[in-house]
Design a protein around this ligand. Sequence first.
Ligand code: ZN
Length: 246
Amino acid sequence: MKHQRNEEFEKAGITVAGGGSAGVMIARCGTCGEFEQISLGTRGRFPPDITARKFEARGWDCSDGRRGRDLCPECNPANKKKEKEKDMTKVTLSVVPTAPPALVEPVQAIQAVLVEPPPAMTRDDKRIIFAKLNDVYLNETAGYSAGWTDQRIADDLSVPRAWVSGIRDENFGPEAANEEIRTQLTEARAVLADVQLVLEKAEKLQTEAEASLKRQSDLTEAIKSLKGAADRVGKNVDRIHKALGV
Ligand SMILES: [Zn+2]
């Protein structure tokens, strides 16, 4: 079996509508450079040997087995021989050109998925949104009262946000909520104050730690000198013992 793998053919991917992908296997003629492709469908691969057989069914000679060394139907000597035989028998049949290979899978795959337009706003929708905005939008300079945004109204009323934005823009003012910004600023200041407090504490702790380190090294020195003194005293005691002959 010659074609155990499909490596002799080039493989290319094509994208089909809906995000799927399909592949094609491409055979290239080693003599004239002609190429032909066979669609793999969406599974993207053929079992070994099938690709070569499919090309051979179209008149290719895939016996070489190396990439780019196949022979297209024009250059395939077996086909020439057949044509010659046809000529010999003087059968005058117009050569029916082989159908061009399909580039892509069927057309319906390419049909664009239409995005559904948002539903139209009814008068009731408008009234409800307007009423809500009237409740929670302070004025043009202050914007929304704290906590309110286009999105929150949209969520509250289960309507598209674009509807809220449209009515608010047209009838009230910008979304930029000054009051909200003020609130955030106040919160930020509070956080900053907290941070400064913690920082002060940390600095105090650091000073204490440094002092403690200093104390420790003082202690180490004291222990060292005490040990020295103890040694000296011990030696003196020994000497006294010897002198006394104890
Ligand atoms: Zn060729």
